[in-house]
Design a protein around this ligand. Structure first.
Ligand code: CA2
Length: 149
């Protein structure tokens, strides 16, 4: 089992820490990437960390992960609620998938309560702030260790 994990981020998450801090906090995406890198180093995992505002780029990274990765943590952002294409791509990936949301989508507008991605995700973390990414990496690490026994 490969020790490479992908952390994928959907549209507008490049603005993290720069707008709406009451919902998404003060950490920037660069801060999140730094923390993910330091946790992966501690856990002896390799990391690819990406963000895009374009659905097809996220799909292409999932395809790349099919060939190379032992797990995906994904915050699809608004694509969570709209994208059958991202769900279809994740359904072609055979290793663990963890869905991450910074905010608790279930406390928010009704249109955020449905996730296409949850149909595939092995776990969903919502409302833990940016710590959710680190929790997802720890869970992927556990699953990768178990699969390699
Ligand atoms: O809570 C989450 O992580 C979300 O995936 C974030 C998405 C939203 O559409 C989902 O319903 C829940 C929005 C990401 C936009 O990120 C921004 C960050 C800072 C400022 C503006 C947008």
């Amino acid at each position: 089992m490969t020790r490479l994990v992908f952390v994928l981020n959907g549209p507008n998450l490049n603005l993290l820490g720069k707008r709406q801090p009451h919902i998404y906090g003060h950490e920037t995406l660069a801060d999140v990437e730094r923390d993910c890198r330091s946790l992966c180093a501690e856990l002896n995992l390799d990391l690819r960390f990406h963000q895009s505002n374009r659905e097809y780029e996220i799909i292409d990274w999932i395809h790349e992960a099919r060939e190379t990765a032992g797990g995906i943590a994904i915050n699809p952002a608004a694509f969570t609620h709209t994208s059958v294409a991202i769900l279809d791509a994740l359904n072609t990936f055979d290793s663990p998938v963890i869905e991450v949301h910074i905010s608790n989508v279930h406390k928010r507008e009704a249109f955020r309560h449905h996730s296409f991605v949850s149909q595939r995700a092995d776990a969903v973390i919502a409302g833990a702030g940016t710590q959710g990414y680190l929790l997802a990496i720890r869970r992927l690490h556990r699953l990768i260790e178990e699969a390699s026994k």
